[in-house]
Design a protein around this ligand. Structure first.
Ligand code: AMP
Ligand code: MN
Ligand code: MN
Ligand code: MN
Length: 284
């Protein structure tokens, strides 16, 4: 069995598109043997204050985080994780509020597009899964489509919600420069989330890395639930090549029986890859 470390630098709650509350998520991380957990909800730091309190009672080290939605290049969606951000930083909070404000409107467009292919009631349906309406996500539509037998869990995204599919509604998020700058100016470290998941060519991924570094970004997620073992090796090499620090994250959203993701723990990045751990005070 692979050696696991008690570190998880990417996770979600009902403050965005996760299905557990802050208390449930942290309790699960602790039960799994976790010691260091970053809460990184999409485009919000709303859960951080509560998470700090809960972490104290569980003797868990909470790292304040966020996962910012970025539109890069010509419409590509990229996620930038911020670690050790200040959840009270005014610019960060205000800009994230603005970013989230467009989600309901986009949700209506997604629902209108689904109605055109005969799927009705998707907006209200998705909203019923969403504890914080301003965080309305494709994840909630995904859940509703699956539960109403329009698709299987394995293909609802590729059938309806991915770019070019009937329910897709294009959305322009913030720029790479803004995301990295907000994170940096609030005292945090910016990390490119699940880099292998974008399916970019190597040239394009390197261009993303170079731009990201140019704005002051420092980390690359090497270990992620979206990555294969080969992806981990490739991403670790890119860390070495571009002087980036390796990060690890379960990207936990909910307990899934078909996929074993243990929030709170991760594999160690491949040997000799410099990690982000010491920057965050993580001692392992
Ligand atoms: P949104 O921010 O509303 O565009 O939704 C993006 C979220 O959808 C991501 O954070 C993932 O949690 C989820 N997601 C993206 N791609 C997939 C996929 N292929 N299957 C299931 N969930 C996905
Ligand atoms: Mn998500
Ligand atoms: Mn992501
Ligand atoms: Mn995520």
């Amino acid at each position: 069995m692979q050696h696991l470390i008690p570190v998880d630098l990417h996770s979600h709650t009902t403050n965005s598109d996760g299905s557990l509350s802050v208390t449930e998520l942290l309790t699960k991380a602790k039960e799994n043997g976790g010691k260091y957990l970053a809460l990184t909800d999409h485009d919000t730091v709303n859960g951080i204050k509560e998470a700090r309190e809960v972490a104290k009672t569980l003797d868990l080290q909470l790292i304040a985080g966020v996962e910012i939605s970025v539109t890069w290049n010509r419409g590509d969606l990229v996620h930038i994780v911020g670690l050790n951000v200040d959840e009270n930083n005014q610019t960060l909070v205000e800009e994230l509020n603005k970013l989230r404000a467009s989600r309901i409107e986009r949700g209506r467009k997604i629902a209108a597009n689904l109605a055109k292919v005969g799927i009705h009631g998707a907006f209200e349906g998705a909203m019923s899964y969403c504890k914080n309406p301003e965080a309305l996500s494709r994840t909630h539509f995904n859940q509703w489509l699956v539960d109403n037998d329009y698709a299987k869990a394995s293909n609802a995204f590729s059938k309806y919600l991915a770019p070019g599919k009937p329910g897709y509604a294009a959305q322009t998020w913030t720029s790479l420069e803004n995301a990295v700058t907000w994170i940096k100016n609030s005292g945090g470290i910016a990390v490119i989330a699940h880099p292998a998941r974008y399916n970019f060519t190597r040239t394009k991924l390197i261009r993303l890395i170079e731009e990201f570094k140019g704005f002051g970004g420092r980390g690359l997620e090497v270990v992620s639930s979206s990555h294969s073992q080969l992806d981990e090796i490739e991403m670790a090499k890119l860390c070495q090549q571009f002087g980036l620090l390796a990060s690890v994250g379960s990207d936990f959203h909910k307990s899934e029986t078909y996929r074993k993701i243990y929030v709170g723990t991760n594999k160690m990045p491949p040997q000799d890859t410099p990690t982000i751990f010491s920057e965050l005070g993580i001692l392992i």
